[in-house]
Design a protein around this ligand. Structure first.
Ligand code: UDP
Length: 262
């Protein structure tokens, strides 16, 4: 069916060779997995929603000067991205206690953390992505000290931006996971945001009802995953029915020929 060369296949995405050197195509699948893929289901339409949600978030991050791998969306399931050398870390940013930190530190889910907390996990499914410290990262050479600093500063900028973005659509950003990669431009190396940001990789709670609008619906067998992702997409304005009607913005009125639109 697909004759493009497959570069990599993960649990929820496939990477294909891109149209030009230094580019790749990121394809979003419908697979939902949890607990290191021990739980696995196909959820028809999830890939399409994540593609659109991640597109709008990466686009806006690009616009505020956070470097990302995102170039443009190609179709319902695919986006054109820059090829990066993935840093083998999952960077988790937390604002509210939930999931593994709640268990590990005995915190009640929903407790506000004293400040945003960044954690690092080593990306290795065979080891179950163990949590690691900066000491491990530098000792094993996964990233240099200056790279860790850059990653932390980008992670906090992304967190601030996403908190505001989601708050504006009635959603609390509890935590999220991001990944970074290296890009070389001539002799200089840049760290850029890679992978995706979607309800698969974030915890998103409705501000009013506290309803979960993320992958915990799947992890915890709550049902309604697709509806929850649709709700996030709708609030972000990426589903057709929520697009503002055409011509609803301010209209330029020409008077005496002055200020005429070109
Ligand atoms: N997360 C992720 N991929 C992973 C592990 C975690 O996207 O392999 C996200 C998860 O959706 C949540 C945040 O990272 O938004 C923190 O997850 P946590 O450490 O609490 O792990 P979990 O409870 O999901 O096992």
């Amino acid at each position: 069916m697909n004759r493009r060369r497959r570069v990599y296949e993960g649990k929820a995405k496939v990477l294909y060779e891109g149209p030009e050197p230094g580019t790749l195509i990121q394809h979003f699948k419908d697979d939902a997995t949890a607990f290191n893929a021990k739980k696995h289901e196909l959820i028809d339409g999830k890939g399409v929603l994540n593609n659109r949600i991640s597109e709008v978030i990466f686009q806006r991050l690009n616009e505020i000067g956070v470097p990302t791998h995102f170039i443009k969306r190609i179709n319902m399931r695919e986006q054109l991205i820059r090829e990066v050398e993935i840093i083998p870390l999952e960077v988790v940013v937390r604002n509210i206690a939930a999931g593994s930190i709640a268990t590990r530190l005995g915190l009640e889910e929903g407790t506000m953390l004293p400040r945003s907390v960044i954690e690092f996990y080593y990306k290795d499914d065979k080891l179950n992505d163990p949590m690691v410290s900066e000491e491990h990262i530098t000792a094993f050479g996964w990233a240099a000290p200056a790279e860790i600093e850059e990653i932390m500063s980008l992670a906090l900028r992304i967190n601030d931006f996403l908190i505001g973005l989601f708050l504006g659509i009635g959603i609390r950003l509890v935590d999220f996971k991001i990944e970074f990669g290296r890009i070389w431009e001539n002799d200089t190396m840049r760290i850029v945001l890679a992978d995706e940001i979607s309800p698969d990789s974030c915890r998103l709670w409705d501000i009013e009802s506290n309803e979960k609008l993320d992958k915990d619906r799947f992890r915890r067998d709550l049902g309604g995953l697709l509806e929850a992702y649709q709700e996030v997409a709708k609030r972000l304005g990426v589903l057709n029915e929520s697009r503002p009607p055409k011509g609803a913005g301010p209209v330029l009125v020409a008077s005496n020929g002055a200020g005429k639109a070109k």
